[in-house]
Design a protein around this ligand. Structure first.
Ligand SMILES: CC(C)(COP(=O)(O)OP(=O)(O)OC[C@H]1O[C@@H](n2cnc3c(N)ncnc32)[C@H](O)[C@@H]1OP(=O)(O)O)[C@@H](O)C(=O)NCCC(=O)NCCS
Length: 281
């Protein structure tokens, strides 16, 4: 049976969740993302345990004023699959979201898709993972961006909320504080016209209305230090795909964007060039 994890009281369980996620996804640590779920949705972290060890995990975050929430980082430890663990965890997370008045949204991997489909999730397009492969030189029209700090948050949240479809102030505050010096804001005539956050290996969120602003933001971000060329997770509604391709981003894979209990998403999501992560929307 899935149980909630109390992130403040169970730091060792958070580490064990990260280990299961790394094994299941064959990927590097998810610590930053887990930390954000713990900070923003402390009742949204779930595990299944066997003989005292974590063998399944998942997280969710509710965007209550938008009436939708994201389910993410669902993972079953290798050797424990096909026993209903991921199904039970996802059902539990959907109940947490439903209790907050939210339907459930997720971006499903190839392995996860059939599980969610059986649970009544329906496809609503594809979320694209794109990787930077380099391209034409940076356009000279690129405008300078400023560092985005805690002082800019109110303004950035006012810009972000009508586009994302909900106020995600706490999440944005957390992701900005996790990456000092790596968040950027672009202003035109004193007003915010876009922003982005650069993680260690990914860029996101990136939100802006025009391709000119997107070019300026990404050009500035590419000038930061990167351990490997950045990846971005582009939502199905994004109007920025052609510009991203022109800037040197290439599609790596697609995930199934799936929803249950959410028909139309609020917001002006064509302005979103990149999600904060696949697990958080
Ligand atoms: C995808 C993943 C989470 C599935 O986890 P899981 O615990 O094996 O999932 P479940 O057991 O709930 O369901 C898997 C299948 O087992 C079947 N199943 C469930 N209980 C079963 C049982 N007792 N006996 C036999 N089969 C069973 C389900 O019907 C389901 O079949 P389907 O895929 O045809 O729908 C897991 O493989 C994983 O961690 N993969 C890597 C990471 C990943 O991709 N995560 C998903 C991100 S969206």
């Amino acid at each position: 049976m899935p149980r909630r994890v109390d992130p403040a009281a169970e730091p060792a369980t958070l580490v064990a969740m990260d280990v299961v996620m790394q094994e299941a996804y064959s990927a590097a640590s998810f610590r930053d993302s887990i930390e954000r779920f713990a900070a923003v949705q402390p009742d949204g972290l779930v595990v299944v345990e066997e003989n005292g060890s974590v063998v399944g995990t998942g997280c969710c975050v509710a965007y209550t004023d938008g009436k939708f929430g994201w389910v993410g980082l669902v993972a079953t430890a290798p050797g424990f699959e096909r026993r209903g663990i991921a199904t039970a965890i996802t059902e539990h997370l959907c109940e947490v979201l439903a209790g907050l008045g939210c339907g459930s949204v997720l971006d499903a991997s190839l392995a996860g898709g059939p599980v969610y489909e059986r649970m009544g999730f329906a496809d609503r397009g594809s979320t694209r993972v794109m990787g930077y492969v380099g391209g034409e030189s940076v356009p000279t029209s690129a405008e300078p961006c400023d560092p985005l700090t805690a002082d800019d948050l109110d303004e950035v949240v006012r810009f972000d909320a009508p586009r994302f479809g909900a106020n995600r102030r706490e999440l944005l505050a957390k992701v900005v504080s996790q990456h000092p010096g790596r968040a950027l804001v672009l202003r035109r005539r004193g007003k915010v016209s876009g922003y982005l956050v650069a993680h260690e290996r990914t860029l996101g969120p990136i939100v802006t209305d025009t391709s000119e602003s997107l070019i300026s933001l990404i050009s500035a971000a590419l000038g930061l230090d990167w351990v490997s060329p950045p990846r971005i997770n582009v939502p199905p509604e994004s109007g920025h795909i052609a510009t991203l391709q022109r800037l040197g981003f290439e599609e790596r894979r697609q995930l199934r964007h799936m929803r249950r209990g959410v028909d139309a998403m609020p917001g002006r999501r064509e302005s979103i060039a990149a999600q904060i992560s696949l697990g958080e929307g």
